[in-house]
Design a protein around this ligand. Structure first.
Ligand SMILES: [Cu+2]
Length: 151
C-alpha cells in the first residue's frame, strides 16, 4: 500500500518538474506516400540553462536532432549531439535550422495526425527530464527545408 501511495505522489509531482522547459507551436511536416523521413519543429524556452539532448518518437524507427546550415550555397544538414537552451531565450526549431528528424517513418504522416514526440532535456546539474508531446501534422508546402533534404 505504501508503495502505491508513493507512486501516486510522484505522478502528481511530475508536471511541476516538467515546467522547466516550455514548448510553443509544435508541428510535424506531413509527408507524401513513400516519404520515409520528416521534421518536427517548435519553439523551446527553458527556465534555466539546459540542453535538448535527445528526442524520441514511436512513429519513427530513428529520431535524431539535426541542424541545417548553408555550406557553399547549399543547404546541408547534420546530426547534432544536443541543442543548447539558454535560460529565458526562445530557441526555434524550424525548417532551415534546428529540427527533430524523424527517420524511417512507420507510416505516412497525414495532415491532422497527432505524432507523439518525447524530448529529453538535461539541466546544468545533469538531471534529465522528459517532455511528452502530441504534435499535430501540417501539410507540405511553404518554406523549403524540413523534409526536403535527402538522407
Ligand atoms: Cu534533418
Amino acid at each position: 500500500m505504501k508503495r502505491i501511495a508513493f507512486i501516486a505522489l510522484l505522478a502528481l509531482a511530475a508536471p511541476v518538474a516538467m515546467a522547466q522547459v516550455s514548448v510553443k507551436d509544435p508541428w510535424v511536416r506531413a509527408t507524401v506516400p513513400q516519404q520515409k523521413a520528416t521534421g518536427a519543429f517548435m519553439q523551446l524556452t527553458a527556465k534555466q540553462d539546459s540542453r535538448l539532448v535527445e528526442a524520441r518518437s514511436t512513429s519513427a524507427h530513428v529520431v535524431e536532432l539535426h541542424e541545417m546550415t548553408m555550406i557553399d550555397d547549399v543547404m546541408k544538414m547534420r546530426a547534432v549531439k544536443g541543442i543548447d537552451l539558454p535560460a529565458g531565450k526562445a530557441v526555434e526549431l524550424k525548417p532551415g535550422g534546428y529540427h527533430v528528424m524523424l527517420i524511417d517513418l512507420k507510416q505516412q504522416v497525414k495532415e491532422g495526425d497527432m505524432v507523439p514526440v518525447t524530448l529529453v532535456v538535461e539541466g546544468k546539474d545533469k538531471k534529465r527530464e522528459t517532455i511528452e508531446l502530441m504534435v499535430p501534422a501540417r501539410p507540405l508546402g511553404g518554406a523549403a527545408g524540413g523534409s526536403q533534404h535527402k538522407h
